[in-house]
Ligand binder design. Sequence first.
Ligand code: F6R
Length: 253
Amino acid sequence: MRIYKAKDEAEMSRKAANIISAQIILKPDSVLGLATGSSPIGTYKQLIDWYNKGDLDFSQITAVNLDEYQGLAPDNDQSYAYFMKEHLFSHVNINPANCFIEDGLAEDPGAECIRYTELIRGLGGIDLQLLGLGPNAHIGFNEPGEALEKDTHLVKLKETTIKANSRFFASEDEVPKYAFTMGIKAIMQARCIVLVANGEAKAEALYKCICGTISSEAPASLLQLHNNVFVVADEAALSLVEKEIPIDKEVTI
Ligand code: F6R
């Protein structure tokens, strides 16, 4: 695991965008696993900026998103499909036919989960997976619990996740209670993983991710078992980790 310490969110975003750019340049037909939420927004902005400068080409890229709320249509402005259009897809030359996300309106959720799992398998897996980190150490919407599901599944969101995500909705009641998420297997089989985390609210989860016992009670801790993970985080998010692992600018553990 390589850990990069950024002084703030802007530096974190630039560093993460750097790694993703390298992937796109070295393998223009990469399959990128993408995340929503507030953490990757700056990274997407930076990628758009470099695209506008002519430094990046998304024309051969395939995107598979981690998760989608159940019950939200793609044109609902709270859906993750909408988020991706707003924050990345509509600003670059990615082919919309190559952008995939679970169907929040699927009538048969079980069939939708199988479809999405098979889709990722059919693409040959993920070259680079971008992850945010839940305050409860979830990745995707793989929530802490006794066991983790390996394939795409429908998950009942934890109260802590609903609370954390209510900042994007008019009220907590409006946050969907269920979401589709990519399972832990597709994430862990990604050939490269980039996790971004910023702010003090992520310090405990990031400590569990990097230094904690490997446990389904802290899904991000599984990343310790992956051999090509970049954690890009700001000083506030790394504050607890740094009590155990001194980090100048970067460190490989
Ligand atoms: C989003 C996702 C979630 C978020 C996490 C952190 O696609 O999979 O795991 O990455 O909840 O969200 P933010 O970045 O909003 O703090």
